[in-house]
Design a protein around this ligand. Structure first.
Ligand code: TYC
Length: 100
């Protein structure tokens, strides 16, 4: 039998799977205006003004807060939108994502 003979091997499905959902987190800093963070939460995360203020204050006091929970690619887009808007305005606001 030649070396080029096709053989079938059983693929074992890995026991661990990558998580489906990711938390998009806002990090506190001393310079980004509160109003800007509220605008970001309303514009990119579709929060009401009251909810946006609540989340912004949570981040301001605790250092970090959840802006939303999304599938990977949507979370990635949100992070890029926030970071793009912040750097365009010269604010140091940081937005990250992590598995839920
Ligand atoms: N700490 C900022 C201030 O006092 C406000 C702020 C809130 C900044 C949330 C970032 O993710 C943030 N102006």
């Amino acid at each position: 039998m030649s070396d080029s003979t096709t053989r079938t091997r059983t693929q074992i499905k890995p026991a661990t799977r990558t998580p489906n959902l990711y938390k998009v987190l806002l990090l506190n800093d001393d310079y980004t205006p509160m109003d800007f963070v509220v605008e970001v939460l309303m514009r990119f995360f579709r929060k009401s003004e009251a909810e946006a203020i609540r989340i912004m204050l949570q981040v301001h006091h605790a250092g970090v807060g959840v802006a939303g929970v999304y599938p990977f690619e949507i979370a990635e887009t949100k992070v890029n939108q926030v970071m793009g808007a912040a750097s365009a305005e010269g604010h140091p606001l940081q937005c990250i994502m992590e598995p839920e």
